[in-house]
Write a protein that binds this ligand. Structure first.
Ligand code: SF4
Ligand code: SF4
Length: 450
């Protein structure tokens, strides 16, 4: 039987790539890195772990070594790829235009195929990938989670601290669980919602998985803001998960299947745009062309679909608000906008949310230190790599609080959960709302209470 070591030795002798032949990271993309190191200071995993191999440059070195057969995909190299948050800050920083996003997207499935996971890793990943991307399955767990919280079992478990010692990843999952409510009508939006006043656009709306179950008021607010600004909103009920979660973790097949389902859901809707209010989902929806690049039946459909996708803030800033906005408080309201990585780095959307928020009378925006640094949420990263995520979460919350703002505006459910968790850990109470909820309040003239 061959061992890992002998495999590697043979690869080096014969210069056989350590990647399998199914879509390995492209050599020309690897070679584009000139190893200047500009990306290091903006990389959150490098900041926390402090090792070259946990930086963008280090990971590209590793990819290069594996490609040349000088290193193997094994437990050690897999760890360095796993420690990447996929925040794409390095893509924004790199002066040479290195497409690290494409490199890591190709590397993760290679790791999944070629490096067996430990049994604890397998359990947690099976749980995550078989529940979270399926809202119907997730919904079955809601009554159980409700009982878990209402009977005080959660409090008891947290107080003992045992879960953190025995199953740190389960404890991390528990720590970001929002308060579960059992309102059967929550998030039940009609299939088509007419525009208020003259129709300007017919838009499709993506509901998200976590968003529709744990943040249904955000979806309701988004639909109201869109209709108030002249959009007829179409919400196909056949839509499932956007595929962000499996895509970010290298679960290639599952991501492709979910992406195809999403494309099919909107195929007959005749919408001008497809609108999404969650940063991570929006980035993946715009990547369908890459995800289905090798699928002859869906390749073109995927490109057409992605071309229609707009983040809701990107869309509203582009078409302009037509609805009247009222002040949210009697006096000035200071707020800080939290940049989600998949909006800022993934979609280059940073000005639009700020422009929209500043249009609300009385709003004064503050800017935090290190606005471009990941909060540690990164999809399910905070469940898979809780230690790094903890440190980043603490730093992010400190930076947001140091602005002195009275409210945090956050446009991504993952970031919102992570920030809420760390606010709670620090014993700080500060309102956190999605920009669509703020616009909705401003349109309807509802004042915020502090
Ligand atoms: S990824 Fe870009 S910034 Fe980072 S080391 Fe390579 S060339 Fe330099
Ligand atoms: S995606 Fe983020 S965590 Fe990963 S290498 Fe780039 S900057 Fe670092």
């Amino acid at each position: 039987m061959l061992t890992e070591g002998t495999n590697l030795a043979q690869n080096i002798q014969t210069n056989v790539s350590g990647f399998d032949d199914k879509n390995p990271p492209q050599k020309e993309l690897i070679d584009a890195c000139v190893h200047c190191g500009f990306c290091l200071s903006t990389c959150p995993s490098y900041r926390v772990i402090g090792k070259e191999m946990d930086s963008p440059r280090g990971r590209i070195y590793l990819m290069n070594a594996i490609e040349k057969g000088e290193a193997a995909i094994d437990e050690t190299t897999a760890q360095h790829f796993d420690s990447c948050l996929g925040c794409l800050a390095c893509v924004s920083t790199c002066p040479s235009g290195v497409q690290y996003d494409q490199l890591i997207a190709k590397t993760r499935p290679q790791v999944e195929r070629n490096q067996p996971r430990t049994w604890t890793d397998k359990i947690i990943r099976t749980l995550i990938f078989n529940i979270f991307p399926y809202p119907q399955r997730l919904q079955i767990f809601l009554p159980l989670l409700w009982v878990y919280q209402k009977l005080g079992i959660q409090k008891l478990i947290r107080a003992t601290g045992l879960l953190k010692i025995i199953f740190p990843r389960l404890a991390a999952m528990d720590s970001i669980l929002p308060e579960v409510t059992l309102n059967p009508t929550a998030g039940n939006l009609p299939d088509v919602i007419p525009s208020q006043g003259k129709k300007r656009y017919r838009v499709g709306m993506i509901l998200g998985c976590v968003q529709r179950l744990f943040f249904s008021p955000v979806n309701e607010a988004t639909a109201r803001v869109l209709t108030a600004n002249g959009c007829e909103v179409v919400i196909p009920k056949s839509q499932g998960c956007c595929a962000a979660l499996p895509e970010h973790q290298g679960q290639e097949k599952q991501a492709q299947t979910l992406a195809k389902q999403m494309i099919d859901s909107f195929a007959q809707t005749g919408v001008d745009y497809i609108i999404i209010n969650a940063a991570g989902c929006g980035h993946t929806l715009k990547e369908y062309g890459h995800i289905l690049a090798d699928d002859p039946e869906y390749k073109e459909k995927a490109q057409e679909f992605s071309a229609k996708v707009k983040d809701v803030q990107e869309f509203l800033a582009e078409v302009g608000l037509t609805a009247n906005l009222n002040p949210l408080t009697e006096g000035e309201l200071t707020m800080v906008y939290q940049d989600a990585c998949h909006l800022l780095h993934g979609q280059k959307i940073s000005l639009q949310p700020r422009q929209l928020l500043k249009q609300i009378p009385g709003v004064k925006l503050k800017e935090p230190v290190d606005a471009a640094l990941c909060c540690g949420s990164a999809g399910v990263y905070n469940m898979l790599q809780p230690q790094v995520a903890e440190e980043l979460g603490q730093q992010k919350v400190n930076n947001l609080l140091n602005t002195g703002a009275k409210l945090i505006a956050s446009a991504n459910p993952g970031c919102s959960l992570q920030i809420k968790k760390h606010l709670q850990l620090q014993g700080k109470e500060i309102k956190l709302m999605h920009p669509m909820e703020l616009l909705d309040h401003a349109i309807r003239g509802i004042k915020l209470e502090f």
